[in-house]
Every structure is written in structure tokens, then in C-alpha cells.
Design a protein around this ligand. Structure first.
Ligand code: ZN
Length: 114
């Protein structure tokens, strides 16, 4: 049985996969004039439909670390993550829960295949 933090990490990784598609599409077809795109909130609520306006640069930067995610600041779950940076209408968080961090690393779509 997956633990609670493993379940949370899997949900957040699904949103991360969606955002990877959004980033790819935005890079191909020009983001808005301001270089921003609309990403999904990567929180642990599978039903969350919150959209976050985020500069593509900021998105690219946060994806360099497999354990950082972008969330609505109100959706941060301090049980497993802490805010490392805050922007206008969004928060960049890092997984502090060891089990959650392990799962999100395993599921990182940008990880080098072992
Ligand atoms: Zn959310």
C-alpha cells in the first residue's frame, strides 16, 4: 500500500507531466508577449483546476530540480513541502518529505534514464 506522501507525490507528478506538455507547446507556438504561459497548479488535490501564470524562464528553472514544483500559494501542503520562492500568484515549493522526494525523482520526466 502506498503511503500518504507517496500518493501525494504521484498526484503532483501527474500535474507536472501536464505542465511539461504546456511548456513544450508554449515554446513551439510562442508564449504571450510577456513570455508567460498558463500552467496547472501542481498541488496534491487531483481535482484542482487552478491555473497559474508563470514566466517560461521561471518554469524552466524550477524543472532543473526534480523535487521543486509550482503551486497556488494557498495549496501548499507544509507536511511534505516548503516554499523556496514566491512569485505573483504562485509559489515554488521543494519537497521536504523523504518519501515524496524519492517518488518525484523517480517520476521526473526529465531524469536521465539510468
Ligand atoms: Zn492546486
Amino acid at each position: 500500500m502506498p503511503t500518504r506522501s507517496e500518493r501525494i507525490a504521484k498526484t503532483e507528478s501527474l500535474f507536472r507531466n501536464v505542465n511539461e506538455r504546456i511548456a513544450e507547446a508554449s515554446e513551439r507556438f510562442d508564449a504571450g508577449d510577456n513570455g508567460e504561459a498558463e500552467f496547472m497548479c501542481e498541488c496534491d488535490d487531483a481535482a484542482c483546476t487552478e491555473r497559474l501564470e508563470l514566466p517560461l524562464d521561471e518554469y524552466e528553472h524550477l524543472r532543473e530540480d526534480a523535487t521543486t514544483f509550482v503551486l497556488d500559494p494557498d495549496h501548499v501542503n507544509p507536511e511534505i513541502e516548503k516554499i523556496v520562492r514566491q512569485g505573483r500568484g504562485y509559489a515554488i515549493v521543494k519537497k521536504v518529505d523523504a518519501a515524496a522526494a524519492r517518488i518525484v525523482r523517480q517520476l521526473d520526466p526529465r531524469a536521465d534514464p539510468a
